[in-house]
Ligand binder design. Structure first.
Ligand SMILES: Cc1cc2nc3c(=O)[nH]c(=O)nc-3n(C[C@H](O)[C@H](O)[C@H](O)COP(=O)(O)OP(=O)(O)OC[C@H]3O[C@@H](n4cnc5c(N)ncnc54)[C@H](O)[C@@H]3O)c2cc1C
Length: 537
């Protein structure tokens, strides 16, 4: 296998940690995988910030699960397939929806405090669901889920959690993965493991406007790609319609559940506009609402639209959306009386490291789960609140499959492995001053302007040209520098896939090819380093 590491290392010279399972990432997928793997061996879990900092922690709306009396597995499957615009892997969807019931029940057994109506679970509504099926914990479901899973994990023995540990590259040899190179306390370490579970979450931070926290720089996508993983559906990035739009405030997410509970969208002229775009109005799929908002902003020449929930009672709003209420209040907006200024932001990655139902990648011993993986469950557009469900279902499956694989690995097989990076090539800029922060901001702007909610051939060409002019140094040794290389690697992958797909489908909207084209494009684009793109059924 042809390696391309960004860290310069020699495993015989760096501090070495040995374990049975290395889990990278402490979101819902990584935590659930670690709990499972830990039944069968030692686990080292590394995470680049603190354990509870992840996309998971910020999830507001809830977890979609077919558990209410008037719901059924078939309905949930049907809604997921419909939102995915004919592009989901049906078996993966069926697996997620069926096993999701067990996984959510398990969270409840482990102490998850989901909201109830009397003694029964309370289910809320979100866009493109035909039933109220979202279990939630106020508007802080992710926080609750992360707490329950991390408490469950630390109860177990033989788990070592290393915070502020940045996984730089996967160590691979002969199409097998043996661990990762990890920056801990500013020093590179080699963590060797019989099986590695990649659960590094999303990549929203490669866009200028995003709902994602700082950690979501897509490191896992880039490391997997450099290691030779097959990357599928990279053109499908979901933009959430409603993030808070205020100067000097973060793009805080205003959950879909606000529209689910009756919130309406109006433009600066005070017109309710969604009926002009979709019969489901505010509850149309996310891509439709995001494009409608963008169009209204262009038509009115105003940089945002407004979300209005003031017709619900103040008590209901404060109780149902305490986090949103408090956060907006902090920024001077009382959502019980004021309109909320919103616009779209990059939110979720449907594509990623191609895996099968057992989270296996094309590299032996490497498993991927959660947002970094592409199981095919989301197709061209994720159904609201299906992501946490995917994380706990396929996180558990990854842990299980990794344990089966590890049983077959002889200790000697990996104890003797020595891996080192190629001597880093001297890039043109290698000795010149390089402002990491400004290059990073420039890439984020290029992505937003050219490969965002709308993309056209000209914009894609502009973006690809700019990205290819950024000379790679590959002599990085700080987190910011590693992140920059990751952002650049993924930006190029998204640009390549978005250029190849000459149709519009779900979250991928080409202004020059506005129609869906099933004849030519009912197919997935798979990118792998040093190989021609594959177009697969
Ligand atoms: C604001 C917001 C609201 C959302 N609301 C919902 C919702 O209501 N329902 C729903 O289903 N989904 C929701 N989502 C999506 C969902 O939260 C995520 O898709 C899901 O939590 C992803 O989980 P994960 O475990 O794959 O990744 P994450 O939860 O993002 O965890 C990734 C982990 O990997 C770590 N990591 C990353 N790179 C490295 C590295 N190089 N080295 C070491 N560690 C690394 C991170 O620090 C983090 O701990 C929301 C997302 C956001 C941002």
């Amino acid at each position: 296998m042809n390696h391309r590491y960004i860290a310069h290392f020699d495993s015989t010279k760096l501090p070495r940690i040995d374990t049975d399972f290395l889990v990278i990432g402490s979101g819902s997928a990584g935590l659930r995988a670690a709990i499972e793997a830990n039944q069968h061996g030692d686990v080292v879990l590394v995470t680049k910030s603190v354990v509870k900092e992840s996309n998971t922690r910020y999830a507001q709306g809830g977890i979609a699960v077919a558990m209410s009396e008037d719901d059924a597995i078939d309905f949930h499957v049907e809604d997921t397939l419909k939102a995915g615009v004919g592009f989901c892997d049906e078996v993966a969807v069926q697996t997620m929806v069926e096993e999701g019931i067990q996984r959510v029940s398990e969270l409840i057994e482990w102490g998850a405090n989901f909201d109830k109506d009397g003694n029964e679970l309370s289910f809320t509504m979100e866009a493109a669901h035909q039933r109220r099926r979202i279990v939630h914990s106020g508007d802080a479901t992710g926080w609750e889920t992360a707490n329950v899973l991390s408490n469950q994990l630390i109860k177990q023995e033989r788990v070592r959690v290393i915070e502020h540990a940045f996984a730089v590259d996967l160590m691979t040899q002969d199409d097998a993965c043996y661990g990762a190179v990890v920056l801990i306390d500013n020093n590179l370490h080699c963590i060797f493991a019989k099986a590695v579970i990649l659960a590094t979450g999303g990549l929203g931070r490669i866009y200028q406007c995003t709902s994602n926290p700082d950690v979501a720089t897509g490191d896992g996508f880039a490391a997997a790609w450099r290691a030779g993983c097959k990357m599928m559906d990279m053109e499908f990035v979901q933009f959430h319609p409603t993030t808070l739009f205020l100067v000097d405030a973060p793009h805080f997410l205003i959950s879909e559940a606000v529209r689910g509970e009756g919130g309406i969208l109006i433009n600066i002229r005070g017109e309710r506009f969604m009926a002009r775009y979709d019969e489901k109005e505010e509850l149309a799929p996310r891509d439709v609402v995001s494009r409608a908002i963008l169009n209204e902003m262009q038509l009115t020449g105003f940089p945002c639209v407004y979300l209005d929930i003031t017709h619900r009672s103040p008590d209901f709003i404060r109780n149902r959306f305490p986090t949103i209420y408090q956060t907006c209040k902090h920024h001077g907006i009382d959502i019980t009386t004021d309109l909320i200024p919103v616009r779209s932001g990059a939110h979720f990655m449907m594509g990623g490291v191609r895996t099968n139902l057992n989270a296996e990648t094309n590299i032996r011993g490497l498993y991927a789960c959660g947002e970094v993986a592409c199981t095919g469950v989301h197709g061209a557009n994720r159904l609201a609140s299906n992501s946490l469900l995917e994380c706990i279902v396929f996180g558990m499956r990854a842990g299980k499959a990794a344990t089966e694989y590890a049983k077959k690995v002889k200790v000697d097989d990996y104890a003797k492995i020595k891996i080192h990076s190629e001597a880093p090539p001297q890039g043109v800029l290698s000795n010149e001053p390089f402002d990491v922060q400004s290059v990073r901001e420039m890439i984020r702007e290029v992505m937003w302007d050219n490969i965002g909610i709308l993309r056209g051939g000209n914009e894609l060409k502009t973006a690809s040209d700019i990205l290819s002019e950024i000379v790679e140094r590959r002599l990085w040794n700080r987190v910011e520098e590693f992140e920059l290389q990751n952002i650049l690697d993924i930006a190029k992958l998204i640009a390549e896939a978005a250029t190849l797909r000459t149709e519009s489908r779900g979250a991928h909207y080409r202004t020059d090819f506005p129609e869906r084209d099933d004849t030519h494009w009912q197919k997935h684009i798979v990118l792998c380093r040093n190989e021609q793109p594959e177009i697969v059924e």
